[in-house]
Design a protein around this ligand. Structure first.
Ligand SMILES: Cc1cc2nc3c(=O)[nH]c(=O)nc-3n(C[C@H](O)[C@H](O)[C@H](O)COP(=O)(O)OP(=O)(O)OC[C@H]3O[C@@H](n4cnc5c(N)ncnc54)[C@H](O)[C@@H]3O)c2cc1C
Length: 314
């Protein structure tokens, strides 16, 4: 079996207690051992060691100042995240209602990082602005899309982003960064460690709202036809290797329907793993590792996971 790397922070109880006390002193509500499974699209995995929901950017700054050396994981929609069954021994922050907003100044759109990407794509379409159609079917937050440089149908975040505002750990200072400073690549970025994206600005262009809506409808219909949207999944499990498609390689290896525990390679799209009732995160991880090993044997290509594995696996 090919090993799959997970990010396994180990804050420890004492450090999380210190952060909890600092947050409480600053008036920020925290929760120990908060279950995360329902907050990811795969619906598996254990709890957050310390969970904080920040209502707005000011609260993110309070958290940043309370963190000390504690590891931090920002949870968006959890649509690209596989949380281990043992949970995440770190501070996990979720962005609340005050970070779900958007506005336009002519062709420049601003959006809070907690906004849902499909909602933003639909709103800009209604405002007669083109450039975010690619995001209509990506069930992500704006912040998670920036972190992953999400993309589809030839479009991607990096192509339209003007700048992001991040909150930095320690000082809680807010800094504006341009795409040049974000190290964008295929499904990746290089945000400063433990920084939290709180706001974004996008350069769009005018177009006929009906024409944009038509394109959105087409792209949504394409997803319904080609992706297992009725089952729990995390989108593409592997990044496409240069010049090829991970789904094609997995299908060619005869792995559609291949299962470990409750986790199964989708029959509809081979680069999707779906999680049935009772699936453990360890099943998903083992399945991903087995698929990777089998594709390497059959095609000589080592697929790189796109999904982020986080926390402790059994
Ligand atoms: C049905 C389906 C279809 C999909 N289709 C596509 C597709 O076409 N194209 C594509 O690129 N992806 C696709 N995905 C994958 C996923 O939606 C993207 O990777 C998305 O960008 C993840 O966003 P999220 O908010 O869910 O992030 P999460 O999964 O919650 O987090 C992903 C990473 O972003 C970080 N992060 C989240 N928010 C912030 C923030 N505010 N500040 C700093 N870091 C942050 C997290 O810490 C983590 O490292 C699909 C997923 C599903 C379930």
């Amino acid at each position: 079996m090919t090993a799959l790397e997970a990010w396994t922070p180990a804050a420890g109880a004492a450090l999380l207690d210190e952060v909890a006390a600092a947050c409480a002193a600053a008036g920020l509500a925290v929760e120990r051992d908060h279950p995360l499974a329902r907050q990811t699209t795969l619906g598996v995995g254990g709890p957050a060691g310390l969970y904080v929901e920040c209502a707005d950017a000011d609260e993110v700054a309070v958290l940043a100042r309370s963190l000390g050396e504690a590891p931090l994981f920002v949870l968006g929609k959890g649509s690209n995240t596989l949380v281990g069954d043992g949970g995440i021994d770190a501070v996990v922050v979720k962005l609340g209602a005050g970070l779900k907003w958007y506005s336009a100044d002519r062709y420049v759109v601003s959006a809070g990082a907690g906004t849902a990407m499909p909602a933003l794509a639909a709103w800009v379409a209604g405002a007669g602005l083109t450039g975010l159609e690619f995001a209509a079917g990506i069930p992500a937050t704006v912040g998670g899309s920036v972190r992953m440089n999400a993309g589809a149908h030839g479009g991607e975040v990096a192509a339209r982003l003007l700048s992001v505002d991040v909150v930095l750990p320690g000082t809680g200072e807010q800094r504006s960064l341009t795409p040049d400073e974000l190290g964008f690549g295929y499904r990746r970025s290089a945000l400063p460690p433990r920084s939290v994206v709180v706001a974004t600005r996008w350069q769009l262009e005018p177009d006929d709202p009906e024409a944009i809506r038509g394109r959105l409808d087409e792209l949504r219909a394409w997803r319904r036809r080609t992706q297992p949207l009725r089952e729990r999944n995390c989108g593409s499990v592997f990044a496409n290797p240069p010049g090829d498609s991970a789904g094609r390689l997995i299908e060619a290896a005869g792995l559609k329907g291949f299962a470990v525990g409750g986790a199964r390679v989708s029959e509809k799209h081979a680069n999707f793993v779906v999680a049935g009732p009772g699936t453990r995160a360890a099943d998903v991880r083992e399945l991903i590792g087995a698929v990777r090993a089998r594709v390497q044997e059959s095609a000589g290509v080592l697929l790189e996971p796109e999904v982020r594995l986080v926390g402790t696996f059994g």
